[in-house]
Structure formats: C-alpha cells, structure tokens
Ligand binder design. Structure first.
Ligand SMILES: *[C@@H]1O[C@H](CO)[C@@H](O)[C@H](O)[C@H]1NC(C)=O
Length: 210
C-alpha cells in the first residue's frame, strides 16, 4: 500500500493548521483576558482587519492637559491582538503636556513628526533621562517606567508612539494619586502632602470633569 498520499494529506493538514496560527484577529464582542481577545473566525477575517484609519485625524486637545492620546490598541484595532505591537498618536497643543504616566505592559518608542517635544523618563533608581526632540527624532521609554512629553515648541506638536504590546495599558500618575476614591486623609499620609495641596490637586481633576 502506498502511504505517500496519506503522508501528503497529513502534511497539508498540518500546514493549514500553521496558517490558522498566523494571526488572531480579536473578537471584541467577547471580554479580553490577560492573553488578549479570543480569535475571530478566520473565515470572517478580511484585509480591513489589518488596516486602521483612526490615527489620521488629530485628537481633541481642548482639555486640562492641552493634549490628546489617540490609541490604536487591540480594543480599537483588533488585528493587533496577539501580535505584541500597537501604536498611538499624540497631539500636544502649545503649552500642552502628556503628564507623568506609565504603560505597565510595554516599552515605547516615540517618533516626532511635527514640532518640538521635551520628553523624558525616570528610572527605578530615580535617575532622570530627558531631552528636547525635534521632527524625525525618536526616543525610547523602557517598560513600566514613569515618563512624560511636554510641547516645548511654539506650535502644535505631533508624535506617533509604538508599543511592545497590543494592550500596553496607561496609568497617569496624578489621576492615580488624586482622582481615586481614597479619603484625603489617607492620600495625605501616603504622599506626605498637606491637606491644602491634596485638595488643590483633587480640584484640578474635578475641573477637568466639569
Ligand atoms: C473638543 O472638546 C471640547 C471639550 O470637551 C468640546 O467643547 C469641543 O466641541 C471638541 N471639539 C471637537 C472638534 O470635537
């Protein structure tokens, strides 16, 4: 008996199995777990799952920080699911700032495409690395470290940032400290700030909401 045809069928079956693992477009109708979304059926995947046009438009910078972060993470761009990469667009108006924040799950690379940005991060040894960046410059922010971007030029600034995760996460330090539900007395103990300082910082957050 010739086993070659069976061998070829088995080989093709194993290849088609490999192909099914090429990507895992996220099914955003189901909740995501730590490993991301579950995969949308390959039969339903089209080229449009791998294209995202949401970063073409500027974000709205009419807010407290005069800046906008427009994400293309797995939730917005499900084609990224499982690939360990993502992007976002930063629009920073004159005098705007992306305040001190971390991405718990990803390192970041920033590319300035317009204007001038003073960007920096703080190592876990509390050493500061910051520099003024111009159009075409790129800077790295290692995973989990606190960092910021300030528009230090005379016009609006635009940058694109890429991440080593499809879901990098974002925690803004001031919101974490002063926009939480902890009683002020505990915030004061945990931060060494006095009552007036904590109330002032909490009010900033309320102004932003109003
Ligand atoms: C930008 O946001 C502000 C404040 O929320 C709002 O008043 C304004 O209409 C928005 N502009 C655009 C173009 O969406």
């Amino acid at each position: 008996m010739n086993i070659l045809p069976i061998f070829i069928v088995a080989l093709l079956a194993s290849f088609s199995h490999v192909n099914a693992g090429d990507f895992c477009v996220g099914d955003v109708s189901l909740p995501a777990g730590p490993a991301g979304y579950s995969c949308k059926s390959v039969a339903k995947v089209t080229v449009n799952d791998f294209v995202y046009c949401g970063l073409a438009a500027a974000g709205n910078t009419s807010n407290l920080i005069k800046a906008a972060v427009t994400p293309a993470f797995a939730a917005q761009f499900p084609g990224l699911n499982g690939l360990g990469i993502s992007l976002a667009r930063l629009d920073i108006a004159v005098e705007g700032v992306v305040p001190m924040h971390t991405h718990p799950a990803a390192s970041e690379v920033l590319l300035v495409v317009q204007g001038t940005i003073c960007a920096g991060f703080i190592s876990s040894a509390n050493k500061v690395y910051f520099k003024e960046l111009n159009k075409g410059d790129i800077m790295i922010f290692p995973q989990g470290l606190l960092h910021f971007q300030i528009n230090s030029g005379k016009g609006k600034a635009i940058a694109f940032v890429s991440f080593s995760s499809a879901d990098p996460g974002l925690q803004i330090l001031d919101f974490a400290l002063f926009a939480n539900d902890l009683p002020s007395s505990i915030v004061e103990k945990a931060t060494f700030l006095d009552d007036a300082q904590v109330k002032k910082l909490k009010d900033q957050k309320d102004d932003d909401k109003n």
